[in-house]
Ligand binder design. Structure first.
Ligand code: RP5
Length: 162
């Protein structure tokens, strides 16, 4: 996987989020989309957060997929600093099962949008597919990969249950 010029950046608030976000990386690899992976905590590493978000555009990043749990302000803070589209993945938290993460990510006030996907693994996988759909608008190689991926998924669905 070539990561010298990644189109997508996967960023997470903690190492513990990787268990979920590695599913995003897996789907992006299936689609042959170059991506980088970073840990940036909005509250534990605020300077790193600013640097990361400020530099993303100049690095050529087209979409940021940001996963965070609990008071999940990472995606919103990144979206506040850069105009690159941010897809937020709510991590399933221990105490509130990720409802806290989902609401923190989805309830952005007017002016700074974050696209929210489902809580946990499904959301992490869909974030990759959604990002691929957006990039497909101007990248025919990725569009072809996405169409192939979707066809393979359709073929896997049996007509009758076993
Ligand atoms: C958030 O706090 C992270 O996104 C993570 O989901 C949650 C818990 O972090 P750890 O205590 O596991 O590092 O910032």
């Amino acid at each position: 996987m070539k990561i010298s010029n990644p189109k997508i950046s996967i960023v997470m608030g903690s190492q513990s989020d990787w268990l979920t976000l590695k599913n995003t990386s897996t789907v992006l690899k299936e689609l042959k989309i170059s991506h980088e992976k970073k840990i940036v905590s909005a509250h534990r590493t605020p300077k790193r957060l600013y640097e990361y978000a400020e530099q993303a555009y100049d690095k050529g990043i087209k979409i940021i997929i940001a996963g965070a749990g609990g008071a999940a302000h990472l995606p919103g803070m990144i979206a506040a600093i850069t105009h690159i589209p941010v897809i937020g993945v709510p991590i399933e938290s221990k105490t509130l099962k990720g409802l806290d993460s989902l609401l923190s990510i989805a309830q952005m006030p007017f002016g700074v949008p974050v696209g929210a996907v489902a809580i946990g693994e499904n959301g992490a996988k869909n974030a990759a597919l959604y990002a691929a759909s957006i990039i497909s608008n101007y990248d025919s190689k990725i569009e072809n990969q996405l169409i192939k991926w979707r066809l393979a998924q359709t073929k896997k669905v049996k007509k009758t249950p076993k």
